[in-house]
Design a protein around this ligand. Structure first.
Ligand code: PEP
Length: 249
């Protein structure tokens, strides 16, 4: 069986007591299958509760949903990579489409954040993806490439980075990319990384956008997908426990 990653983005849901209760229900389904990894991205206030409650469970880690690029200082409301690491984060999302499109984060800022994550030994999960208008204009590869170029600008050292291909039109809409469409973009990302960021080892590419119990098996049967990043369908612990055990052909 090939290794697969199941990443849960709780967005602005699940406070600390709810997180503890969630994990109790999630782990009641048993340990994670050997070849699978589960990454939880809770809101910052719940990071420590999640990190503490996944400790000791094989292949399960906690990560931040976002970080600021400065390490410390007068940045009210922001969370730095070292602070997230202190709370128990092992990784962090960077450039999630809601950061880009709701909060106006730029490509250049994702580059700053990627560098800050690596400096604090947090594994970055860089999210890239096109809007519906960009897809319809045939600009998908150009947009994703632009996002990769900006994020990796100036970084040449050896490092572990995960990419999440998340078409904006598929996030939270109930409309997922087809396995074939996702695979096409994953191949383009793999090609770009091999040619332009060969020190990124190993690179795992996740698909995200309306993944759920109904479509996970079909999506994961496509070998270009190394796993999934899931929002809405990760909020129910029992459903998520089932999803991470999806049988894949
Ligand atoms: C996400 O938040 O990254 C995401 C993919 O959300 P959803 O699964 O709800 O589309």
């Amino acid at each position: 069986m090939r290794p697969l990653v199941f990443a849960a983005n709780w967005k602005m849901h699940v406070g600390p007591p709810e997180a503890r209760e969630y994990l109790r229900a999630f782990f009641a389904a048993g340990e994670i299958p050997h070849e699978r990894a589960v990454w939880f991205f809770p809101p910052a206030v719940s990071l420590e509760a999640v990190a503490q409650n996944v400790a000791g469970h094989r292949n399960v880690v906690a990560g931040a949903q976002d970080i600021y690029w400065e390490a410390k200082g007068a940045f009210t409301g922001a969370i730095s990579a070292p602070l997230a690491a202190q709370a128990g984060a092992r990784m962090t999302l960077i450039g999630h489409s809601e950061r880009r499109h709701v909060f106006g984060e730029t490509d250049e800022q994702t580059g700053e954040k990627l560098a800050a994550a690596l400096a604090a030994n947090l594994q970055p999960v860089l999210c890239v993806g096109e809007t519906l208008a960009q897809r319809e204009a045939g600009e998908t590869t150009a947009v994703v490439t632009r996002q990769l170029v900006a994020a990796f600008a100036g970084h040449s050292g050896k490092r572990h980075v995960t990419i999440a291909y998340e078409p904006v039109w598929a996030i939270g809409t109930g409309r997922n990319a087809t396995p074939k469409d996702a695979a096409e973009v994953h191949r383009a990302i793999r090609g770009w990384l091999k040619g332009n960021a060969p020190a990124v080892v190993p690179f795992v590419i996740l698909y995200g956008g309306s993944v759920n119990l109904k479509n996970a098996a079909e999506l994961l049967a496509e070998h270009e997908l190394d796993g999934v990043l899931v929002g809405g369908a990760s909020l129910d612990p029992r459903g998520w426990a089932q999803l991470v055990r999806t049988a894949v052909a």
